[in-house]
Design a protein around this ligand. Sequence first.
Ligand code: ZN
Ligand code: ZN
Length: 136
Amino acid sequence: MITTGQCLCGAVRYRITAEPITTRACWCRLCQYIGAGSNTVNVGFPSSAITIEGTLADYRSVADSGNVMHRRFCPTCGTAMFSEAESRPHLIFVRAGTLDDREIARPAVIIWTSQAPSWACLDDSIPRIEGQPPPA
Ligand SMILES: [Zn+2]
Ligand SMILES: [Zn+2]
């Protein structure tokens, strides 16, 4: 399976040669900033299977769990593209909006629902977790 994607302006492109490991919609507070008010949808892949072309900017932050997170985005158009935890370098999460084929990103679980605003649209057919799920 080959998965491809890019940022809005096309300066950053990627190619992945592995199956997705997990798909999640995340309503954590930080994702609401990145998602412009809504959730983010993220597809986890083995980081060894991704090739990235172009220059990314990196926003580093420390999660409530103590994990150091890197959220990478295109410095030209601002599209959020990837997130990685230093504690789990084997895994990279791809922001689903950047995928050429978004159909592969149907969430298996909705996480951090405890942080969602009261007007959030949550799909009743998808399992929910109030906070952080166990590691993939
Ligand atoms: Zn861009
Ligand atoms: Zn989140």
